[in-house]
Design a protein around this ligand. Sequence first.
Ligand code: KG4
Ligand code: ZN
Length: 343
Amino acid sequence: MRILGIETSCDETGVAVYDSDRGLLAHCLYSQIDLHADYGGVVPELASRDHVRKIIPLLRELLAEAGSSLEDLDGVAYTAGPGLAGALMVGAVFGRTLAWSLGIPAVGVHHMEGHLLAPMLEENPPAFPFVALLVSGGHTQLMRVDGIGRYELLGESIDDAAGEAFDKVAKMMRLDYPGGPAVSRLAEQGDDSRFEFPRPMLDRPGLDFSFSGLKTAVLNALNNTADYPQKHADIAASFQAAAVDTLSRKCERALKETGVKRLVVAGGVSANKLLRAKLADMVQRHKAEVFYPALPFCTDNGAMIAFAGCQRLLAGEQQGLDIKVKPRWPMTELNPPARVQSE
Ligand code: KG4
Ligand code: ZN
């Protein structure tokens, strides 16, 4: 089965062709980072308009690269939520309509399910069950995953998401948007022991996270420390150490509590080098394994949507002719793939 995947939930237009026998055939991505950089964050209306501009040229480029034509497709998968309503609508209208015009099924995919399953595109995919840490700009969640669509929420952030904390800290230091890569680059030149930032919620039982106190501590350090040349780099390093330490220790706790020996980390923050190094140490201590998507598939992309959609279409699931998006859509509402026409 050959599936076109379309991702337009935020500031990246991503398309891909995934074949259930041959794997990923091609993927193309257009990032709107430059468009939003002047505003220090994503402007929803500009994002929607840019998806409209880019989606057809990107699809043409993709089909040429995949050596495929529209007639070779057996289904279309598009991100139906969560995300920005207008941006989601572009991919949903385009994907649903294209599938209708080709007479093939379509399926709306949950963006975070796409992230979660992205490590399965790799050569050594994780087997079920696994614990998943989903860390993106909008989500910080620990899940127990027993199969596709079988997700049990173990813990989540009660305030800011981890990626959001990186983005806000970057903004405080007037670094480039998106903040994650910029903060971690600056952190490489800093001393992470210079500032003692809080590791929120580690002293309490449970698997929830909180990052807003850490963010406030960073703001106080910025405002209340006399300037010196390394100040920003030291703050970035100390912040990153605190955020990564918190994520790693909660993953450790989740592995211990569930007795599961496989950890999957996905979403934009999973690209973070320090996080990967810490988790490598941690899983080694527990004789467990950690799995990541390839770097281009950590942040938003069409390949993860094509893959997740393919699993659901293979099981006979498909979307009716109505076009709906769900800007808010808890992942725990998902069910295993089944021969149903989803709402
Ligand atoms: O998954 P993603 O591309 O979009 C969402 O679904 O949110 O994640 C984007 C988030 C941003 O907050 C960005 O700052 C963060 O991932 N990020 C990073 C790194 N690369 C991206 N955070 C920390 N370190 C990185 N290397
Ligand atoms: Zn994402």
